[in-house]
Ligand binder design. Structure first.
Ligand code: FES
Length: 111
């Protein structure tokens, strides 16, 4: 039996550096873990992905509409921190799947 996985490429910016990242479905569950796995990001993910802090904050361009739904604690955390722009998201609440293809994310953390 041959298992094929969808390849996912996207771009990340962190501290002025551009990273062309590649993964496949099933390698990482959440975007925060993928970013931590591929790029060392200081202080990223303080609440370990619970969606309660804003340290895994990103700015996303080109998000597929399927990824525009905010889940769990993301809405309240963004509201508490005064972040109301629709392209600002919490990376630990975004699933890694083919909808992430060709997206550009800028890792901003809670700054
Ligand atoms: S790790 Fe805390 S909100 Fe994502």
């Amino acid at each position: 039996m041959v298992i094929t996985r969808t390849s996912i490429q996207f771009t990340a910016w962190y501290k002025g550096e551009k990273y062309e990242l590649q993964t496949c479905e099933g390698e990482y569950r959440k975007l925060m873990v993928l970013l931590c796995g591929k790029i060392y990001i200081e202080g990223f993910g303080a609440c370990k992905g619970l969606g309660r802090c804003d340290t895994s904050l990103i700015k996303a361009e080109g998000l597929h509409p399927a990824l525009n739904t905010l889940y769990r604690n993301e809405t309240s955390t963004l509201y508490k921190t005064g972040i109301l722009q629709p392209n600002k998201r919490i990376a630990c609440q975004i699933f890694v799947d083919e909808n992430l293809k060709n997206v550009t994310v800028q890792v901003t953390g809670n700054k």
